[in-house]
Design a protein around this ligand. Sequence first.
Ligand SMILES: [Zn+2]
Length: 265
Amino acid sequence: MDRVVLYRAPTTEAGIDETADWLEERLASSVDAPVVVRDRFLDVHRTDELAERLAEARVRSPYDRETGNTMLGTVRYEERVLESPDRGGGVLYDGLQVQRALNEAMIPDERVLETLHVAILDRAIGTWGEHDGRWHKRVNVLGQPALVSVPGLYEAPAKPERYYKEKQQHALLSGDSPPREVLENRVEGEFLIEDDPRTTEVVKGYVLQAMNYLLNGTPFCDDPRCRLFNAHRHEGVIEAQLREPTFCPEHAELYGRDRTEPASE
Ligand SMILES: [Zn+2]
């Protein structure tokens, strides 16, 4: 791997310049690849087909394997959101289809494997679960380009049990869902909220997972304290991404120790 390209997600809290600096430092002792930052992937690699490809990738319902709605109105909607990203939201896309569409949108010279492209997205993406017949939201989809979904950080991991109980109770009493802010204030426990100020810090670990997949054939680590841990719950995301230590001993060898940690005991 010669180079890493990160793409900004300007409608989100994710600070991509800071992420790039961190990543470059982490790669310094192994591949020593430069990490460059570009604007939004969907702007840099825009093609005429992109809106239709996104419309095809829309998940129709949580339990329906078939995706896509290419009615004119939907394609127009996708065109509008490509132009004005802050008008999007509320749509789940098949992450693998989006990845294929973005791969095809790149010019062939860009698709070389020596450069890893990581598209940070402001869209929710999912993958189909063959085992349980439903869509699951994801934070990242590995490959070329790798996708990292910022809404996925807030929505994909399971929240504390109490969150769902509060939501259910509120629905029983009032017949509707409580506002997000109400739940977030009422529920104890650790989870990331939408536009969380810790977003950039957490994004770093998910970008590194995409890198580790390319370098070592496996994205994840079994150690729940490590940045490469594939957490399924918010408490796990916080443990892996925000608490010390940064890495397990094995990955600390590879990606460097914390500056604040002594180099040896
Ligand atoms: Zn590890």
